[in-house]
Design a protein around this ligand. Structure first.
Ligand code: FMN
Ligand code: MN
Length: 477
């Protein structure tokens, strides 16, 4: 059976990570706050004020701590597991029909203003679909690309579309320079592996549906669209078909974005005109709350960490990289590694700062004895293992993410020249390398006497509350 959003809901439920909300919730005024607060479980809304018959899923996963459930591994293993699964592209297969074709709506039968699209943040320019995975083709070779593009609700068959200058923007440029609209299909609601795949940036021309297949470890079944020449997953909840109009730009934004800010990116953006909708007869809507540490960012953190891990482990032919974790707001990256030579950590960090993604501008290398999922531990390494005059390097005048408000902007959002320029920083907070064992030994972390056998729980009075995690004894290095 194909893995889809319903099998994922069942998996979350079984793991005790799904809360069913039967009390009435207004997506336009209340859902954003509820999703924001649900950091350690997914929410399944069954009663939506103003949207009878609809159900919605959000924060699924809302935190990196339980995103690993989708990969069926431990949290610390998730990024290496992403790399292992996506090392070889998977496959897609055409099928004649599927659940996403249970209802077919064409033209004026469509009214997306009746969908439970939520308003995420107080300054958002209205409700946005943040869960839409847009599939478009390069008209020169017909290769597919799938990526997230926020869609601002603008009418029954119309939305805005923010195409950040990456692959679908390149595709759109290929159509628009010839005066043509870009046909697109947008999928809403599927297994989270589609979301991790859509947030993966790799070489232009690689089909993210094949990445989804490799992450799912099964073939992805596709069906033909009704009004555009595009193939879409047969087991999605909803598919929107339409076109991004040529030479049309309209005010779009602001929107709750990945850095936890609203304004960067707002401006004049392309417009989607909808021609068809296909969906399951009891379709479940997918709402994504975006921000520095909510569901939207989880989808970025795993593939970005994975793509960086894949890239840096080949620096110098081999580097001993243990793990990578992108920080909240996703402009920062922590690399966990065992440096073998003087200067090796800097070589690795340079590679991490200039990969496929535009976001990384601060990279911190720490040693294998630092818990990169514990920001306090990372800051401890930063403050006890850094000699700032040699371990901190700033590279000025690099191209940074166009939605990084800390750096000056060139061009305007929605125009071909849109970008920002600023500094990138690397901080070597590793211990001296293994080739210098005496110096390295000076940084051995202290370990409590008796720590291998003595446990405080066994000495506390019966019925005492459990110790908080910070007090547990780490494994002996
Ligand atoms: C929740 C979420 C929302 C996103 N919104 C947008 C968006 O509005 N516009 C955009 O161009 N990219 C957006 N992205 C980023 C892209 O999907 C992502 O960087 C992807 O790797 C780009 O695909 P590409 O490399 O094929 O161009 C979003 C990502 C996530 C996780
Ligand atoms: Mn792509």
């Amino acid at each position: 059976m194909a893995k889809d959003m319903r099998s994922w809901i069942a998996q979350l439920d079984e793991a005790g990570l799904l809360a069913r909300i039967t009390k009435a919730v207004d997506p336009r005024t209340q859902m954003g706050a509820l999703l924001w607060q649900a950091r350690d479980r997914a929410l399944f809304f069954e009663n939506l004020t103003g949207f009878p018959g609809w159900r919605c899923l959000g924060q699924a996963p809302g935190d990196i701590d339980y995103a690993a459930l989708a990969f069926e591994c431990e949290r610390d293993e998730m990024v290496p597991e992403f790399v292992r699964r996506s090392d070889v592209l998977g496959a897609t297969r055409m099928v004649s029909s599927g659940p996403v074709k249970e209802r077919v709506l064409i033209g004026d039968a469509i009214d997306i203003t009746t969908w439970p699209i939520h308003q995420a943040g107080i300054r958002d320019g209205g409700p946005f679909i943040a869960s839409g995975l847009m599939i478009a083709k390069n008209p020169k070779n017909n290769r597919r690309n799938m990526s997230f593009h926020r869609l601002q609700l603008k009418g029954p068959r119309k939305t805005g579309a923010l195409l950040y200058p990456r692959h679908n923007w390149l595709n759109f440029q290929a159509y628009e320079t010839n005066g043509k609209a870009m046909p697109v299909a947008i999928m809403i609601g599927h297994h989270p592996m589609y979301y991790f795949a859509a947030a993966t940036t790799t070489e232009y021309g690689v089909d993210e549906l094949e990445i989804a297949s490799s992450l799912l470890e099964e073939e992805v079944e596709l069906v033909k669209c009704e009004t555009v020449d595009i193939e879409v997953p047969a087991h999605a909840e909803i598919v929107i078909e339409g076109e991004i109009l040529a030479h049309v730009r309209e005010e779009e934004g602001p929107f709750s974005e990945f850095q936890d800010y609203y304004l960067a990116g707002a401006g004049k953006h392309p417009v989607l005109q909808i021609s068809a909708v296909t969906m399951r007869k009891d379709a479940i809507f997918k709402n994504i709350q975006n921000g520095a540490e909510v569901e939207g960012c989880v989808y970025h953190k795993v593939p970005m960490s994975g793509q960086i891990l894949r890239r840096i482990r080949t620096v110098g032919g081999y580097a001993d990289i243990k793990n990578v974790l992108v920080l909240p707001g996703i402009f920062g990256v922590v690399i966990q590694m065992t440096p073998r030579y003087h200067g090796e950590a800097k070589n690795v960090m340079m590679a991490a700062l200039s990969g496929e993604y535009h976001h990384p501008k601060v990279v911190i290398a720490v040693d294998e004895d630092v818990d990169i999922f514990n920001y306090a531990d990372v800051l401890w390494a930063l403050s006890t293992r850094v000699n700032a005059q040699e371990d901190v390097v700033v590279i000025p005048g690099t191209k940074v993410h166009a939605m990084d408000p800390a750096c000056p902007q060139f061009g305007t959002p929605g125009s071909p020249g849109w970008h920002r320029v600023g500094g990138k920083m690397m901080i070597d907070a590793t211990k001296p390398p293994t080739c210098d064992p005496d110096r390295r030994f000076e940084f051995e972390r202290l370990y409590p006497m008796g720590g291998e056998t003595v446990r405080l729980e066994d000495y506390l009075p019966a019925g005492s509350p459990p110790m908080r995690k910070r007090g547990t004894v780490p494994a002996r290095p």
